[in-house]
Design a protein around this ligand. Sequence first.
Ligand SMILES: [Zn+2]
Length: 335
Amino acid sequence: MKGKLIRLSILLLAFSLTFACDHGKDAAAAQDKNTPTPAPADTSLPVLSLPPDSGLPPTIDSARAMQYVKEVVKFGERPIGSANHKKVEDYILAHLKGDEVESDSFTADTPEGKFPVHNIIAKYPGTKDGIIVIAGHYDTNYPLRGTGYVGANDGGSTTAILLEFANQLRGRKRDGYSVWLLWTDAEEAVKSWSDTDSLYGTRHIAAQWQQDGTAKKIKAFLLTDMIGDADLDIDRDANSTQWLEAVVYEAATRLGYQSHFFARNNAISDDHLPFMKIGVPSADIIDINYGYNDVFHHTPQDTVDKLSPKSLEIVGTVVLETVRILDKMDPLPPK
Ligand SMILES: [Zn+2]
């Protein structure tokens, strides 16, 4: 993933149960990540008509999620095409035994040659017509292979949190939208980040789901990336759907975790972009500043000791609360 700082600002955030969605803040549409990004004139979130807060808040087992991170990291480097990559694929599939699982496998043509790519999808049916996709990548950075880079946060944390989501969803009748968990592959660039050298897995599956009509049924695409940092500061992302960002912030507020969200404004290039392009409302839930001045990001220092189960719990419960709010929002804001 790649990010660009827009600016620090104080967000004026206002929610209301009575006002409709404001569509005037599509700040990111024309941004190019290679050129300086102008600060948006207005960084306030859209004001939504939201369902009242009711029922028990969601929970996850953050110690178990942390244990998954450790087990995944133990495999070592997991770049596409490697034996360790295959091990983590098998590890994910072993944890989904008995669930409805699909894989989206293809060969990616990259600047470093051809690689097998495997997106993994686990489906948990709901009573409501429509799908919410929760995604996160499981590959580790290819150019850093051979350096001892294990991607505890960048690749490991998301592999783990999705496995914990599976535990929470499995065997329970969902009174809401169907939830599909998507472990994305080949998110990382193999040489240097560009539109064609990155996001191989999501570009493939977004095209496929557009073609077979699945995309029309997806109500929201919630992406997680680098969510284990003990010093958790989730970015407000200008490249995400702004009404969905507002729902994420509402979920964080309802759980009392809002101080970990949206103090920074960024425009992030990540696995949500292929879905944004085909009109699926998407939100990237990412803390792009990993260590002071991002020093641990894409370095061999991205190790488990920088992570906290509390951060997994914060993001995990906020994602599940976001789903719970979306379940009750009827109708959802227009795409
Ligand atoms: Zn990365």
